[in-house]
Design a protein around this ligand. Sequence first.
Ligand SMILES: *Cc1c(COP(=O)(O)O)cnc(C)c1O
Length: 379
Amino acid sequence: MSTVPPPPADPCERAPAYVRGIAPYQPGKPISELAREMGLDEARIVKLASNENPLGLSPRARAAIEAALPELARYPDGFDLAKALSGKLGIPMDHIVLGNGSNDVLELVGGAFLAPGCSAVYSQHAFAVYPLATQARGARGIVVPARQHGHDLAAMRAAIAPETRVVFVANPNNPTGTLLTGGELEAFLRAVPGDVVVVLDEAYNEYLPAAARYDSLQWLARHRNLVITRTFSKAYGLAGLRVGYALCDPSVADLLNRVRQPFNVNNLALVAAIAALDDEPFLRASRELNQAGMAQLTAAFARLGLAWIPSFANFVTVEIPRRDGASRAGAVYQRLLRAGVIVRPVAGYALPDHLRVTIGLPEENERFLAALAAALGAS
Ligand SMILES: *Cc1c(COP(=O)(O)O)cnc(C)c1O
């Protein structure tokens, strides 16, 4: 009697199909990796690929980090940061949930509200974490076609199905930089069923010019289903520490806290965020540098005959014109890498002819523009 050998034991095949089906997040290429790959000097590499603050971190945040080093043997306690945010924003503490980056908070929303059989609605060209947070829970993503590269809120409202539990809206959006007005958002909130969570992701909120600002916090009182997310990674310059937060109704905050790791934000991130929150001069400098850099880049794009998506954030997404019908964005990206300039390809966001570039220091922007002009001539 012959025995059939047992099938090879493969734990991965036992993982849920919805996990195996996830397309991994593609981060911007790290400086150290490009240096290794191309034999370049790290100090000569310009990274404009992850919407990081070119000014680095606020000096007050750095001082707070240094002062907190002796405390690292202790588990963190988010109370002081929640209290500081509460005071700064005029929102009660029970409306605040801290995250290991706002990315974490987006995942918490998925963990609290999504499961197999549910769906989440988000826009084409929207932030890559929305599909990740949806698929990781076995829920279905409903992708709504964009309008002029931005969110089509009427179509998003219409796409909400009976099993939809969450709608994600990024304002400004990444990677397009498009902005919805406060009026549009408020009308959307009124139109969405009250039992569907609306995540309003305001990662770039601090960059908005006065004329584009709107007061989303006041909507919390009227809309129990609203979750506003913000981060210290962008204008506050703390991307490497991972700290962000959600503002929402206490009942929603309670659910998010149940799926949150007890110590999800570390000691250094907490003290740095408290210090950064009050560093108005740093925030102003970040905003002004960004505005000047945006003008520098877009003026050069215009001279080069390139089209770009008007952006309200700290990056701009530029179109690389095709040649003889063939996309050149990938080739231009590679040429920029060889010149030591890292930008972000956005083909994975259904923008195969665009590159996203973060606003850098004036000299970094210049390095990018020179390399871009050369790459366009050569490819
Ligand atoms: C960068 C970004 C975030 C947050 O990043 P964290 O570092 O996790 O806070 C969230 N949403 C959008 C749209 C972003 O671009």
